[in-house]
Design a protein around this ligand. Structure first.
Ligand SMILES: *Cc1c(COP(=O)(O)O)cnc(C)c1O
Length: 397
């Protein structure tokens, strides 16, 4: 019996990609081997994070970096670092920020459910711009001057959510923020690939950037990377690491800390509730090296073949299929299955039936309102693709 069966669960066919709800990305064997090996020895976690920092810095061009408990924890720690800097008293108080400068300027159109992670540090958002295009009320998106107009003495930073078409361009927001000596925190959790986005912080000047480790990097799903300015990374590390040591015994690793700025050891900080294990750190570093080397590109042909199997199984039906090849040549190809009008079952009903079957199949559900099921081959096996093709034929014939 498998580990999931012994817990009374049946594994599902994941046709949605690296979503957290189903368990994140498929970890390559090399990554799993590294995890297992890391579990058999013990190392001081601050030094392991310092070693990770050196590698992250080589691959991202950032001054420093740490492994966080997902990109979300990276956002909490990034915000905590910008609020507290190296002030141990403030670290102790977070997430309470009464009387401290605690405001982050954010564009209304960048607001999303994940920004709870920034607020969790005690940050308050000051929104700028509107959602005029979505609301049908205008033609313009948020502009850099709006950020500048909102800056006050209570501002500690700017929060920016990076997408291919985010407005205004990150460089413009960084220029405005830096003119006022304010740091910029970027959520780029799902913005890999392309691999070139690893350099986002060093290319745009953004001060801290958070990436997910459990999406395309294919590390443990509970990992992420926070990279950027060394002083801010040092503050983030101090607020995450286990701090139960004596100041005179602790040797702060130079990759992360400037000893001259350390006035003592804080108590456990806000990030202590978001710890990462030695195994997770080692596994993520192994996965990051694989991702950055481009070796995952070799799997794209097999992924395309899985979609081809589904296309062939539906060839005799009148279902409209659209294959999307990624523009960057590094992301998985995606298949849209248009359930459309005039069919007995709606896209939502087909989605529900697939989930309710044996084995349960989960397809991408972000285009249901357009009658479209989205198939991502990254987390599927060949057998899973064949099974999904059969099931779709049954439901849609
Ligand atoms: C996935 C995602 C996150 C959260 O990342 P985790 O690594 O799961 O913590 C945050 N923001 C955005 C935009 C995301 O897509």
């Amino acid at each position: 019996m498998g580990v999931y069966e012994s817990l009374g669960l049946s594994p599902v066919i994941n046709a949605t990609g690296t979503v957290t709800r189903l368990g994140g990305a498929p970890m390559p064997r090399t990554v799993l081997d590294a995890y297992r090996e890391a579990a058999s020895d013990w190392v001081p976690l601050d030094r392991l994070q310092a070693a990770a920092s050196k590698m992250i810095s080589q691959l991202t061009g950032a001054e420093a970096g740490i492994v966080t408990a997902g990109a979300a924890a990276g956002l909490t720690l990034g915000a905590a670092a910008m609020i507290a800097r190296m002030d141990l008293g403030k670290m102790e108080l977070l997430p309470r920020t009464e009387g401290m400068a605690n405001e982050f300027i954010v564009a209304r159109e960048h607001r999303n459910g994940y920004d709870h992670a920034v607020r969790a540090a005690g940050a308050r958002f000051v929104e700028v711009g509107f959602n005029e295009i979505t609301s049908g009320a205008g033609v313009r998106r948020v502009e850099a001057w709006e950020y500048e107009a909102a800056i006050t003495e209570r501002t500690v930073g700017v929060f920016y959510v990076f997408l291919d078409d985010s407005a205004p361009p990150l460089e413009e927001v960084v220029a405005v923020a830096h003119r006022h000596d304010l740091p910029v925190l970027v959520d780029a959790a799902g913005e890999l690939p392309p691999r070139s986005n690893l350099m986002m912080g060093s290319v745009t000047g953004a001060d801290l950037v958070a990436f997910s480790g459990g999406k395309a990097i294919r590390g443990p799903q509970s990992t992420g990377i926070l990279c950027g300015r060394r002083d801010l990374i040092g503050s983030a590390a101090l607020q995450m690491l286990d701090m139960d040591d004596h100041f005179e015994l602790w040797e702060p690793p130079a990759a992360l800390f400037d000893e001259a700025t350390l006035r003592g050891i804080p108590r456990h900080g806000i990030g202590r509730a978001m710890k990462v294990s030695k195994e997770e750190i080692v596994a993520l570093m192994t996965a990051l090296a694989l991702f950055a080397s481009g070796s995952y590109d070799e799997e794209l042909a097999a992924q395309r073949q899985r979609l081809q199997v589904i296309i062939e199984k539906l060839a005799a039906t009148d279902v409209v299929l659209t294959l999307h090849e990624s523009a960057n040549g590094e992301s998985s190809p995606i298949l849209d299955v248009v359930v459309g009008d005039g069919r007995a079952a709606t896209a939502t009903e087909v989605c529900q039936k697939l989930r309710g079957g044996k084995p349960p199949i989960y397809v991408g559900h972000h285009k249901l309102s357009h009658g479209v099921l989205v198939v991502n081959p990254l987390c599927m096996t060949d057998a899973g693709a064949s099974c999904l093709g059969e099931r779709l034929r049954e439901e849609l014939s």
